[in-house]
Ligand binder design. Sequence first.
Ligand code: AMP
Ligand code: MN
Ligand code: MN
Ligand code: MN
Length: 306
Amino acid sequence: MTHGRSAHARSAPPILDADLHSHSRVSDGTLAPADLARLAHERGVDLFALTDHDHVGGIAEARREAQRLEMAFVAGVEISVSWGAETVHVVGLRIDVDHPALVAGLAATRSGRDARAREMGEKLAAAGIEGAYEGALRHVSNPAMVGRTHFARFLVEQGVCGDLREVFRRYLVEGKPGFVPHRWASLRDAVGWIVDAGGVAVLAHPARYRLGATALDALIGEFRALGGRGIEVVCASHAPEDQRRFATIAARHGLLASRGSDFHGPGENRVEFGRLPPLPDGLVPVWRDWPEAWQAEALRHTALRA
Ligand code: AMP
Ligand code: MN
Ligand code: MN
Ligand code: MN
């Protein structure tokens, strides 16, 4: 499949199914961390990362289940960042979840969520939708992490919209009745916490940001200068042309390439576990030098022989 494999005898095989972006109900996913790990394994994922928004409370449970299933596991997080007027997401992979700076930084980042959610409830009430704050909370497992997805599930449940995407489009994005602007972590802090915790910082779903080519280049340049090392090339929000575009950008900026479904729950995602295309050729996978990737490869070979 890839050319020149012999020149990179130690590079992970392209058949390795790495999924390095997913959410449990510790943030805005619908499954418990162990159930999420089990589903990933069922769908053939070899190297799995749980990356809840601004929270690492699900890592221990997901790791235990992954170990039980002999699936290679990576501790992760997805940090919400304000970069100018835009919200961007930075995934941290292979983090020490007990690192004090990271723990404190994540707590600070999520601290404003409840007040924001109450305000969203008031704004939606003004738009004629009553009880949305309380309704959103019924969809929340971890009250510290109430967010727009929980509101979206409530509005779908109420029949206000047909699906989550419609709720976002009509109510929850900038300029719409339920949108409340919010100040998240700075890019510098988010990358710093991840690096301090021994992790690799990866720019999540870059095609989603409302940034022109120049602004995007500035974002990536700044991210790189602050210690960011990777970028998602293959993910659920990337069409084939986005994958090609960000493959080129990754190579140009010397960034490692990541791959993740951004899975939030069965039936909610555009892409289920194990259904992502492979990374385009010629990129350096973010997992290339990880012991977890070698473990995944070894387990896969054992399974193939069995
Ligand atoms: P929050 O952190 O509360 O602002 O919520 C952000 C989350 O909303 C993202 O992580 C996605 O899970 C979800 N989200 C954002 N935009 C959309 C969309 N257009 N359709 C569906 N879900 C979305
Ligand atoms: Mn989410
Ligand atoms: Mn995201
Ligand atoms: Mn995500």
